[in-house]
Design a protein around this ligand. Structure first.
Ligand code: UGA
Ligand code: MN
Length: 339
């Protein structure tokens, strides 16, 4: 005879199993919908990135580019803060589509440290070098003409006073321009000159991308003031004046970081290269003079020049005064080059 308790236990077992099954199905459905949600999110992100041109060919030779390419020419030199500075640049540029980083080492040869760094960084880049002649490594003025062979470049006597003007970074920027001329014929693009310790907001590169001839915008912490750059009438879009406290008499009173030039112009004017300026601190005018009669012909960007998208920040030099106390250099075990 079957005991009544046996039935009870079977029924409990039946209901228990049903409950577990229902819970299992609900759980599965929830996970599926979460996965679907995240797939939808990822799909949306993909469409967004495609629209931004992120997956467009990064090959600077590609002629089917949908958006003009930004070519950034940047000199760099060996120092303790070089790689940390370049890392910050790398992380900004990774967010910029259709972008080529032309990094020109101020050195007789390209270094393994920099080429290795560029490979790890992953930003489309061109690695060049051009050494600054020792005698030209003078920041501003000096009274005697420096002696020696300067690879055809000479320090120039000041147009009025008795000292000489020697400017750095001419060879590196011209080397970058040589590459532009050899490699970008017929490619829609814009050329910009950068410092490796400046701070760039990635939106800056979108602003300069559609430059017709020469575009301009404000630069933060430049020329000894909070912001140096054009003042624009928003109703006409025209430049009214230039706010500059440092040498306001400059023909082009802007910082190197304040303008970009359509790459086509460098093919139209093969003679356009940097040279030692007649007056100290006027290197910008050395290149702008080839393309503009007046600074007021520049195309203002960054919301009628009301937004700061680049800052002339300066990395302070590393203080390594304690190194000499050590028997061996503190970095004797450090790998600066790795894959
Ligand atoms: C200022 C200007 O903004 C630059 O356009 C100008 O080239 C520079 O002065 C100069 O006179 O050389 P600043 O911030 O004072 O810039 O100078 P740095 O940032 O020290 O140098 C400008 C760029 O040149 C940097 O990318 C830096 O890495 C590079 N550099 C500097 C060299 O390639 N070699 C050097 O010996 C020094
Ligand atoms: Mn700098």
């Amino acid at each position: 005879m079957v005991h009544w308790q046996w039935f009870l236990r079977r029924r409990q077992l039946f209901y228990g199993t049903c409950c577990v099954l229902i819970l299992y199905l609900i759980h599965g459905a929830l996970i599926d919908s979460a996965q679907e949600d995240s797939q939808v999110d990822l799909r949306k992100e993909l469409i967004f990135l495609r629209k931004q041109g992120f997956f467009q060919s990064k090959d600077p030779g590609a002629s089917n580019a949908q958006i003009p390419t930004v070519f950034l020419i940047m000199p760099t030199y060996k120092r303790p803060t070089q790689i940390p500075d370049l890392i910050r640049q790398c992380h900004t540029f990774l967010a910029v589509p259709s972008f080529v980083w032309i990094l020109v080492e101020d050195a007789p040869e390209r270094s393994d440290v920099v080429s290795n760094f560029l490979r790890r960084c992953g930003v489309p880049s061109i690695h060049l070098n051009a050494a600054t002649p020792e005698k030209l490594k003078i920041k501003t003025q000096q009274r005697k003409r420096p002696r020696g062979n300067f690879h055809g470049t000479k320090c120039r006597r000041h147009f009025r006073f008795s000292f000489f003007v020697c400017v750095r970074r001419i060879e590196q920027r011209n080397e970058g321009l040589r590459w532009i001329r050899e490699n970008t014929k017929g490619i829609a693009g814009v050329v910009y000159f950068g410092d490796d310790d400046n701070t760039y907001e990635h939106q800056l590169f979108e602003e300069m991308r559609d430059t017709k001839r020469v575009s301009v915008w404000p630069v933060g912490i430049a020329g000894g003031v909070m912001v140096e750059g054009p003042i624009v009438d928003p109703s006409t879009g025209k430049i009214l004046k230039f706010n500059a406290a440092y040498k306001p008499s400059r023909k082009f009173p802007v910082d190197m970081a304040a303008f970009a030039i359509n790459a086509r112009l460098f093919h139209e004017k093969p003679e356009a290269l940097f040279d030692i300026p007649k007056r100290d601190g006027e290197l910008e005018g050395e290149i702008l003079k080839y393309f503009l009669d007046s600074p007021f012909d520049m195309e203002p960007k960054a919301d009628f020049a009301t937004k700061i998208l680049v800052w002339h920040t300066r990395t302070s030099s590393a203080v390594l005064t304690q190194e000499k106390k050590l028997k061996e250099p503190s970095d004797s075990h450090i790998k600066y080059v790795w894959t």
